[in-house]
Design a protein around this ligand. Structure first.
Ligand code: GCU
Length: 298
């Protein structure tokens, strides 16, 4: 299994725990070997290897799955999830199951989600309102929706892989980026970006995917074990996430001198509102999913 995070990240710890449980539940018949830090390739490359059955599993941010099936754009819609509870309610129910199966005829499917918090902008200059983003070069994930969102806010988006971002920030190739607060510490972005704006525009989860070929090799009891271990690791990471995120904020403030800026999120929501309609117009499935998610928060 391939992923692009460090081994001190809660998502890595949760997947390591999943591997241990999987091996316990299958009496050692199924084991998981995890390759962190993008050593087997970027998220996009890893999912492509999963698709071809060369790799069994990969963790990717759901933003990047947009390139494999357009319905994943729904998860990139700004301010669609109104709270963490709303997010969990959607993803642990019918909508989550629909997303796991969305790529079934493309050679892989979803196994579980992991919390990646709310994404916000951070840069070398403070951002208080969308106007402050005007003409700033902002790194976004390689996702058409993330690019469109950043353009609506007046900034100039630069799609880059996560592993290339620290150098891009350090060399001034980009003025800033957008992510959850753990990126400041686990990826050291707080060494360069000293202003983190809590605009919380999206809540795009990380997602664990498995190759259809790997699933076919498992007996039905082993598949059950896989889903049980995955569910337990999701619950473990859900608990671990909040403290990891709070700890990252505390460390970024105390050790890196990062300033956290409270903003009027409605200003950012208003500017990005057209994107919700654009994504809904992409397909009947996306439109229905957006409506279902909106109804859950009502
Ligand atoms: C988050 C997420 C990663 C993702 C990264 C990014 O940190 O957990 O899966 O790769 O954002 O911005 O690329």
């Amino acid at each position: 299994m391939s992923h692009n995070l460090t081994t001190d990240h809660s998502v890595h710890k949760a997947m390591a725990m999943m591997g241990e449980r999987l091996s316990e539940l299958t009496n050692g018949a199924v084991t998981l070997r995890i390759y962190p830090g993008a050593q087997l390739g970027t998220q996009r490359e890893s999912v492509e290897l999963v698709q071809r059955g060369i790799l069994d599993m990969a963790k990717t941010n759901a933003s990047e799955l947009e390139a494999f099936d357009p319905v994943f754009s729904v998860l990139n819609v700004p301010y669609l999830f109104t709270s963490r509870d709303h997010f969990y309610q959607a993803l642990t129910g019918e909508i989550g199951r629909e997303l796991f199966q969305a790529s079934r005829n493309r050679g892989f499917e979803g196994v579980t989600f992991y919390d990646s918090g709310a994404r916000s902008f951070y840069a070398t200059r403070p951002i208080h309102t969308p106007d402050d983003l005007y003409n700033m070069k902002i790194r976004v994930q390689p996702s058409a929706t993330a690019i469109a969102m950043t353009q609506l806010l007046g900034a100039s988006p630069t799609p880059l892989d996560f592993g290339d971002l620290y150098t891009a920030l350090q060399q001034g190739v980009v003025d800033g980026a957008e992510n959850n607060p753990t990126a400041l510490v686990t990826a050291n972005h707080g060494e360069v970006s000293k202003f983190f704006t809590l605009d919380e525009h999206t809540r795009v989860p990380d997602m664990l995917v498995i190759s259809s070929k790997a699933l076919e090799r498992l007996s039905s009891a082993q598949r059950e074990a896989l889903y049980q271990a995955a569910h337990e690791s999701m619950m473990f990471q859900k608990d671990a996430w909040e403290s990891a995120s709070e700890q990252a904020i505390a460390t970024a403030k105390a050790d890196m001198g990062v300033e956290f800026i409270q903003v009027d999120q409605a200003l950012f929501a208003d500017r990005t509102r057209p994107l919700r309609n654009d994504i809904a117009a992409q397909s009947a499935q996306s439109k229905k999913m957006i409506q279902k998610i909106e109804r859950l928060s009502a």
